[in-house]
Design a protein around this ligand. Sequence first.
Ligand code: GLC
Length: 540
Amino acid sequence: MRQVTSSAGSSAPWWRDAVIYQVYVRSFADANGDGVGDLPGIRSRLPYLRDLGIDAVWLNPFYPSPQADAGYDVMDHRDVDPTFGTLTDVDELIRDAHALGLRVIVDLVPNHTSSEHPWFRAALAAAPGSRERTRYLFRDGRGPGGDEPPNDWRSNFGGLAWTRVTEPDGTPGQWYLHLFTPEQPDLDWTNHEVRAEFETILRFWLDRGVDGFRIDVAHGLAKDPEMPDLAGGYATSGPAVEGHPHWDLDEVHDVYRAWRRVTDSYPGDRMFVAEVWVQSPQRLALYLRPDELHTAFNFNLLLAPWDAKALRSAIDESIHELAAVGAPATWVLSNHDVIRHVTRYGGGDLGTRRARAAALLMLALPGGAYVYQGEELGLSEVTDLPDEVRQDPAFFRTGGAELGRDGCRVPLPWSGQEPPFGFGPSGASWLPQPPTWAELTVDRQASDPGSMLALYRNALRLRRELPALGDGQLTWIEVGEDMLAFRREPGFVCMTNVGDEPADLPREVLSGSAVVLLTSGPTNPEGRLPGANAVWYAMG
Ligand code: GLC
């Protein structure tokens, strides 16, 4: 059994430099043949994840849900949707993962519940002002008869952030807030019952052995009690700017201090990773103060264009601000909410070359990293899904103006020549896979030393072996303006040519006894590094 320790082999907590693989449960592996991925499917593929060389998996929500937003509309936080399996399957998955040296992180969705959650059903059945309603954000409407929504807030997926209910006596009634779909009513986090409930949910999963939680929309829990209009002053989506009335209010930090006390009362370095979309690393760092959360996704790298200056300042700012609170960075290139980075970086051969270089860059940076399933296969966004198979509420609520996120959620290709490429035992997959993925299956890439999969496996193996990688510092080497070059001690250099043209290597690499450990391109560079390429060196 592989030791469950940090890759640096030190006694630092494992999460400071872990590589965490995001499993999008419905699209990873389907064991029962219904075309939707499930927990037994993941369990059967754990050896693949061990061989890839990651440290932990984060599972997207698998709780009972009407699936109005792919499981981010939770009906019961302490159970499993039959589509994905049972609680016993979770227990077995955790047990098998631990036996293989892999940790397990589950997704916690505290900002809202499903509208089918017993609390919300009770709120609808109860009167305005009742205890049942105070768990959510019900408000009277404005205007004559309360016909107008309480303010001008918008849903992240398009349309109003308010829906009017019909009171139990049949009259048009109050409005409730939903920053996402109407099927995802926002909870009121000033309510003590809500707070107590989530602490027991944390304990439920900690008792079952999970190693951590990913916190969904962690910057959304507190709202300005006055609920002022946005009045065109603030955007609904995108990184939150200061003063926003429903994103990143200071009051959220109280919640996380209480949660930290819960995880600290358990043995074994349990951790949180927060999804926080804020504009500055300074605001992000507040979530990571020593008595709050352990880590947060650092979306700076993901948001930066493929441009040396932009990438370097994203890296520098993040490291600097997080170091101020003693927190490690956690780098992210893709996830289930954004366009896959092969496509963002230009698509086709160019996008793939850049994505290969980006993988070496990311995995050499100080701190931890997230790998979104399929990025290790070099999958690109599927942009031509027919409208009738699309499921993302963002597509429907914007009348198709936004394609939504289905294109990065297409089931993985494992083997074979035809869809569903070994995804499950039947011919089904909940979204169709492009026929060209025959070239990108795990089986195909596993035996090709030049494949994206081979690159990730080699990089992750070296990351474990080299004491310079993982947690720590970097020192920039100043070279040409398209080159991102840095040194890490002891004796490691990473160079990434972000430009399109070959670029000179610095003298210290050429004249010393530098040994190439890994390159993202097909050949070892001699003297110059080709465009859109990265290389790792061991320095003599
Ligand atoms: C987060 C999730 C996203 C979901 C939203 C609402 O941003 O990552 O998939 O739609 O929260 O829960």
